[in-house]
Design a binder for this molecule. Sequence first.
Ligand code: C2O
Length: 345
Amino acid sequence: SRPVSPDLNHCVDGGFTFKCCPRRSAKKIINFTPPPPYSPFRVRRPAHSLDPAAAANYSKAVAAMRALPPGHPWNFFQQSNVHCAYCSGGHRQTGANISLEFSLALTRILDHQIHGSWLFFPWHRAYLYFYERILGKLAGDPTFALPFWNWDHPAGMSIPAIYRRNSSSLYNPTRNPKALKFIDIGGCEPDASARPSLEKQRQCNLRVMHRQFAAASNSTELFLGLPYRAGGESFPGGGVLENVPHSPVHINTGSDMSRIRTAARDPLFFAHHANVDRLWAIWESIAGNGSSKAFKDPDFLNASFVFWDENMQRVRIRVRDCIDTRKQLNYHYEDVQIPWLNMTT
Ligand code: C2O
């Protein structure tokens, strides 16, 4: 079998244009162990209705993350660089044992790439998991849970208020001001001639959600993306939802969020991806007949990634460790209304 895993002894920066390789570390990589049963459970809630105490707690923890020394693995920019290195060809696949010149020529083939394949959902789930645990540590609150950007509900279809205050650690000045009013999740900006109606735009977003989810719902490949194995070319094909609504939300949020290398420099990234992660959980929960709908293919289940955890360990986590958020990772999403699910269009 050929599961993909990153070679962390080598990271290549993209020349002068961007640098996001994490600080080298000789620290031994240990295997992930799931949180013990009865350890604190975390409930991720919609950002637009987060209670003020939880919001203050969150922004304080992110401020602490920003204040860490620049080379600290928990530092806000180091954390955002994790996403960048995994998406920019920074890491190579392990097992690709060939000369440097040769690997430079084949860099598109042999890099370890977490977009455009079946790695998309599990990699982002694992990334958010460790990010959340680190924030929980900084906040001194093991129940700390990331809020999610509920852009699939009319009440959540704009940048949530907690990210807007320019004195907050959750603020990012580069966002598109349009998204303060309405976030278009896939072709729902009215043309110039039409009289804009927020209500119509929101309905359009709901129809996009309904259509995309329905298109992907009966097929694991259409939902999670196509197989990606060691030695295989990057970007074999992402799932339907990675394409829309995931990408338009990035692009329409603007600047940092609109480029994958810089996306995780905007705290909104984590709310956006929590919602994407929630859609995976919703898909899993619908008509799963009690068994997971994810691939049973060992190359999927044994693919692995490495992150710094909340105990300053370097941890290897496999896709099989993060299929069920409740049972394996001790978190879930608040059960909010899903207006697009049974919509008739
Ligand atoms: Cu790794 Cu939303 O991108």
